[in-house]
Design a binder for this molecule. Structure first.
Ligand code: SF4
Ligand code: SF4
Length: 402
């Protein structure tokens, strides 16, 4: 068992300038206001713990890694904003995951809400604990699944079980462009993205990442496409850091659609007279640097008018739905989403488009409860809505196995 040590983060702990740039951008801090939950305070506390010595012991100074410190660390949505503003480049996006695993290993972090998700994934390979056998139940008859695919459509837990319309819309897009694709179905397991953000990194490194990369590689496909921001981050960034480069390229659907349109394989011709603003999902935008691709995809839709919220791209405000934060601190997570939704309304948009299924679900629910007049949709639904026809030509080798 590989266990992290505090010495692994020595450089970061001593690099912190205590400048405090990371405090005002931190969404949980914006809601709760306790200095102890700012990244600065957590770095300072780790430094004090690292430096503790005989004098602290004699003076009975208590610098302990305990449940209280763990709670401060977990008051984090994994949004990555602290990493973006930190002048000494502390790689927080990765660091918080590791520190959370370290706290679990020290038996000071055990949140039942997170443990449930972890156990669901170990048992049923999805975050909801739904039967694994039903993972492919959403696949429509029209899916033109190839036995020798060039592309794997990676679906993810949310779109396999909760947001099946989005997955079906991806199928419509791939069909319309004649893409030679396949879907893993029951061979697909949760990427573990939500688990990593809760600190269960070891299980992802040991089981989920090798399984998922191997299953995609076995198909011979050289391209993986996903419409889930969290799954994208897992394959594009986390897995690479954990187990090395996979033998295939990883695309977000917005990049892939732009490529298909450029190569004249896909036509988006149905006009959509709507004013739309894009919510940069933290794991696609800030954590993977994909800001322009979803915007380019929106521009491909005839008559759609795209507007920007005040906080966009690197400065995006998290929805509050990541890192398992919303499972524990529901009220604060809802307040974060409410502020984001109100910002969207102020931009003049009637539709809020996102690429994260968890952000979509969370913001939809908050908008419904707070009666905020904006429709939240997945970007894919807008793209599929601009397809001229649901009928598609398929490549000769593509055929249905169903
Ligand atoms: S990742 Fe986001 S929520 Fe977590 S400490 Fe940094 S700014 Fe705060
Ligand atoms: S922005 Fe970076 S250097 Fe400044 S206090 Fe935060 S962690 Fe430390």
């Amino acid at each position: 068992m590989v266990t992290a040590k505090i010495t692994d983060w020595e450089d970061d702990i001593f690099a912190c300038l205590m400048c405090g740039y990371c405090a005002p951008v931190c969404p949980p801090y914006q809601e709760m206001g306790w200095e102890s939950i700012t990244p600065r305070a957590k770095m300072h506390y780790l430094k004090q713990f690292y430096l503790r010595g005989l004098v602290d012991f004699l003076l009975k100074r208590k610098v302990r890694i305990d449940e209280k410190f763990a709670e401060a660390v977990y008051k984090c949505t994994s949004c990555g904003h602290c990493e973006t503003v930190c002048p000494v480049d502390i790689p927080f996006a990765k660091r918080w995951d590791e520190i959370k695993q370290w706290l679990i290993d020290r038996n000071v972090a055990d949140f039942p809400e997170h443990r449930q998700v972890y156990e669901n994934v170990l048992r049923e390979h999805n975050i909801y604990g739904e039967p694994h056998e039903e993972r492919d139940a959403w696949i429509p008859e029209e899916a033109k699944i190839s036995t020798h695919p060039e592309v794997i459509f990676w679906v993810g837990c949310a779109q396999s079980y909760r947001q099946r319309k989005v997955a079906r819309d991806v199928v419509r897009i791939l069909n319309a462009a004649g893409v030679n694709y396949s879907i893993l179905g029951k061979d697909e397991w949760c990427t573990g993205a939500p688990l990593m953000r809760m600190g269960y990194t070891r299980a992802v490194r040991a089981q989920l990442a090798p399984h998922n990369v191997e299953e995609v590689a076995k198909t011979g496909a050289k391209t993986l496409v996903t419409a889930c921001a969290e799954c994208f981050r897992a394959f594009r960034r986390d897995y690479r850091e954990m187990i090395g480069n996979p033998p295939f390229s990883v695309y977000h659907i917005s990049q892939f659609v732009e490529k298909l349109v450029r190569k004249k394989r896909l036509r988006l011709t149905k006009p959509m007279s709507k004013v739309v603003t894009l919510h940069d999902a933290c794991h696609l935008g800030r954590n993977c640097g994909m800001y322009e691709e979803p915007r380019k995809a929106l521009k491909l839709i005839p008559q759609l008018k795209a507007v920007e919220m005040r906080r966009n791209r690197e400065e995006t405000l998290c929805s509050g739905a990541s890192g398992g934060f919303n499972l524990i601190w529901e009220k604060e997570a809802a307040n974060i989403a409410r502020r984001r939704l109100e910002e969207a309304v102020r931009s003049g948009a009637e539709v809020l488009a996102t690429t994260c299924p968890h952000a979509e679900e969370h913001m939809k629910e908050v908008a419904r409860r707070a009666n905020i007049p904006i429709e939240t949709v997945d970007l894919v639904e807008l793209i599929a809505g601009a397809l001229e026809s649901e009928e598609a030509e398929v490549t000769p080798e593509a055929h249905s196995q169903r």
